[in-house]
Design a protein. Structure first.
Length: 148
């Protein structure tokens, strides 16, 4: 029931019939398509609005722990889920959205490899590389790097 109350609070509707929150007419990511936080709401709803009791979080305390973790990621740290299909609003201008850097014709892929080194007793030791993909704001040009 708490999951349904959360859905009602987010959507402003009085009740959610059955457990159909992913139905396109009821899905918060469809109702608020430009808000990436709605994808976090759906992750919470997947754990609390279920058809089988065994799939549900066992208590309100457990639901609070999940909500609190997403809340801290989103509100305190400015985080967001980073998956394909989720809007990625720019953290600088707040108007544009991040788009993956496009590969130029005849060029290698647009990902970047960064060498990882550590210094032990004054000796530089190469320990590997981290591949990242760059995303660029389509409005202001701000760049974000994410692990590929």
């Amino acid at each position: 029931m708490l999951g349904k109350v959360l859905w009602c609070m987010v959507t402003g509707k009085l009740k959610l019939h059955r457990e159909d929150f992913l139905d396109p007419r009821l899905d918060v990511t469809k109702l608020f398509p430009n808000d990436p936080d709605m994808y976090m709401i759906n992750e919470i709803l997947k754990k609390s609005v279920v058809t089988r009791e065994s799939d549900c979080l066992p208590s309100a305390v457990d639901l609070w722990l999940v909500v609190d973790a997403y809340w801290k990621m989103m509100m305190q740290r400015g985080g967001q889920l980073w998956r394909d299909g989720i809007p990625k609003p720019c953290r600088v201008c707040g108007v544009g959205s991040y788009q993956p850097q496009q590969r130029q014709q005849g060029q290698p892929d647009a990902s970047i490899a960064v060498a990882l080194n550590r210094f032990v007793n004054g000796i530089d030791q190469h320990i590997g590389a981290l591949r990242m993909t760059s995303f660029i704001c389509d409005r202001c040009g701000h760049v974000q790097l994410f692990r590929a």
